[in-house]
Design a protein around this ligand. Structure first.
Ligand SMILES: Cc1ncc(COP(=O)(O)O)c(C=O)c1O
Length: 372
């Protein structure tokens, strides 16, 4: 039996054909018709005015902050429970992340903690330059309240939707709740280009500036002429071709991840002290990874489950370790109850990719059940 991974890439003939088309066309460059097409199709899919294809989600977060003029001596509010890239982008521009802890229902940024942080910072005479709010595991944050708080203080909101492409609240897509939104196409994401990202925004000028920054800030002249520091952050035409193929299959991929989530709920929610994570601000989550929490009445611990699955060659992992527990960010401020610590210590992610079969999922459930 081969190893079962959390979320392996799901690529096949359509991706191969598009990639060969890109090579045959001669556009082996970080620009070309597939880059334009991928931007057009993704912006249409999420209903965003503009999309800029980039080499990674991290590059998107970095450029979002650069475009807002965030720099040394500035602070940026960031979700505490996240993958480290959300905070690293703040460090890249020399600013300081201030972490905002999770709310219970979605595990995302708590709007009350965000408001407390704004009140404290206003009193201290230093508002943050931006807020980076993450949509964990495909579940949206409470944007009704988060947008309200950010608007009250007139601070831009960057939505880190690296994990949430395809999720929406009513008809509004993940990535379109902030002034800018960022998606990742890393190898483990809901769709992949092996590595890549996309920034979306309703602001035409900002999109144009970010596209310019991502291409070494090169002026449109024959000789190489630069007015500001740029970056080599564009997505290649070859990878954009793979992205277009993946995007054309996204709805099918979502049907599969949704079926896995439902299958896990059916088997695991009835076990004592076990709860499959479900956020409540998302009409349709993408169910990128199904996560499970164990409460105090559960006879098994998070690590018992992970070890038992590993012994059967099945990958599972703790959910993201909060930023305030990371040695690299240990001196940063944190607002809100450290609920994310408790979530981290009691929850784990299960294999959820679109290539997982229902019989593999049932076997995973059998193994977990055997611990009860
Ligand atoms: C929440 C979050 N933000 C940012 C990133 C960074 O994206 P990338 O790996 O494309 O740089 C990731 C994933 O890798 C992520 O999960």
């Amino acid at each position: 039996m081969s190893k079962i991974y959390l979320s392996p890439p799901d690529v096949g003939n359509i991706e191969r054909e598009m990639l060969i088309d890109a090579i045959d066309s001669g556009w082996v460059a970080p620009l070309g018709p597939h880059v334009d097409g991928f931007e057009r199709e993704l912006s249409y899919y999420v209903n965003a005015q503009n999309a800029v294809a980039l080499s990674s989600g991290t590059a998107g977060l970095h450029l979002a902050l650069v475009s807002l003029g965030v720099g040394p001596h500035d602070e940026v509010f960031v979700s505490n429970k996240t993958f480290v890239a959300s905070a690293n982008a703040v460090a890249y521009v020399g600013a300081t992340p201030v972490f905002i802890d999770s709310e219970k229902s979605s595990w995302n940024m708590c709007p009350q903690a965000l408001e407390e942080a704004f009140i404290a910072k206003k009193r201290a005479g230093k508002l943050p330059k931006a807020v980076v709010c993450v949509d964990l595991y495909g579940f949206l944050a409470d944007y009704e309240n988060i947008q309200r708080v950010c608007r009250n203080y007139d601070v831009p909101l960057i939505e880190d939707s690296a994990e949430a492409l395809g999720s929406h609240y009513q008809s509004k897509h993940a990535g379109t709740f902030g002034d800018m939104g960022v998606f990742s196409f890393n190898g483990n994401k809901i769709i992949t280009t092996s590595g890549g990202g996309m920034l979306v925004t309703a602001n035409d000028d900002r999109a144009q500036h970010i596209r310019h920054l991502a291409t070494q800030a090169r002026q449109p002249r024959l000789e190489y002429h630069h007015l500001e520091v740029g970056y080599n952050y564009r997505l290649s035409n070859l990878l954009a071709a793979v992205g277009r193929a993946q995007l054309s299959r996204l709805e099918d991929i979502l049907d599969r991840t949704t079926a896995h989530h439902k299958g896990y709920c059916k088997r695991l929610d009835s076990l004592p002290g076990v709860e499959v994570h479900k956020g409540d601000h998302t009409t349709r989550p993408n169910y990128w990874l199904t996560c499970v929490s164990l409460n105090k009445s559960c006879p098994a611990s998070r690590d018992d489950v992970i070890e038992k699955l590993a012994a059967e060659d099945i990958e599972s992992r703790p959910t993201w370790k909060p930023m305030h527990m990371q040695p690299v960010y240990k001196d940063c401020e944190l607002f809100g109850k450290p609920l994310s610590k408790e979530i981290f210590e009691t929850s784990f992610c299960l294999p959820s990719g679109s290539t997982l079969t229902s019989s593999e999922r049932e076997r995973i459930c059998d193994i977990i059940e055997s611990l009860f």
